[in-house]
Write a new protein. Structure first.
Length: 240
């Protein structure tokens, strides 16, 4: 089994090597290949892999109870007509920075797809690697918008229950979850920040071996994809 990783990430590299996997930075000839890297690289090489990703419409389709904010899918041209600060992000490909914009939106084509939401301040943000609808591993990655990685502690049980309530996701995916309100307030709401491809997500302090479990399922041979995951397979944006 081979893990194609164009830019080696040490914890994932070590976890793969501990399993006896070969880790390479260029596409190998033959073998059962899995992938960890960017979508543009995968598209450019037209890799014959099934890369699972959450649908672009997933986040804006969620009920208010799971987001606590209004989120809309639109074009960048439509977003340019909005007043006031708004949080803007690409649906999946990370083609520009996801952040609060105040009229300084990226200079990309007007028809570029974006997600726009109200500005919300998260007390804590968690990165959760999810496998078969269950929290497989995860970690805190930010506090009040500042990078602050830490292992999951007592909050793991509550996060596990929250993940179980999320609809319509690939069997292997990363979900970022935020806490709105003081971190020590039991009434603070857990909400979805976004969902991402496991094969292109920083694990922070998640258990590397369990992160690898999710990556291998999310990016591997097409003939290993389950029937339930086929609708989540990324369509190559390959140049003709």
């Amino acid at each position: 089994m081979v893990l194609l990783m164009p830019r080696p990430l040490l914890p994932l590299y070590q976890a793969a090597r501990a399993r006896g996997m070969a880790v390479v930075s260029t596409p190998p000839e033959g073998g059962r290949v899995h992938y960890y890297g960017g979508p543009r690289y995968a598209d450019r090489l037209a890799l014959d892999l099934a890369l699972l990703e959450p649908p672009d419409a997933w986040l804006p389709s969620l009920p208010w109870e799971l987001t606590r904010r209004r989120i809309e899918a639109m074009t960048l041209g439509e977003a340019r007509s909005l007043e006031g600060p708004v949080f803007v992000k690409p649906p999946s490909d990370k083609g520009f920075p996801a952040r609060v914009y105040r009229g300084d939106l990226p200079g990309l084509p007007h028809d570029t797809a974006v997600l726009v939401s109200e500005v919300v301040e998260f007390a804590v943000e968690y990165r959760l690697h999810v496998l078969d609808g269950e929290l497989h591993t995860g970690s805190r990655y930010a506090t009040w918008g500042l990078l602050d990685p830490a292992p999951l502690g007592a909050e793991a049980g509550r996060l596990r229950e929250f993940v179980r309530a999320l609809p319509s996701l690939p069997s292997a995916v990363v979900v970022d979850v935020g806490l709105i309100g003081p971190p020590d307030d039991p009434r603070a709401d857990l909400v979805v920040v976004e969902a991402n491809m496991a094969w292109f997500s920083q694990p922070y302090l998640g258990d590397p071996g369990r992160v690898l479990d999710v990556v291998l399922r999310a990016a591997g041979p097409r003939d290993e994809v389950s029937a339930g995951d086929r609708r989540f397979v990324r369509q190559c944006r390959c140049a003709s």
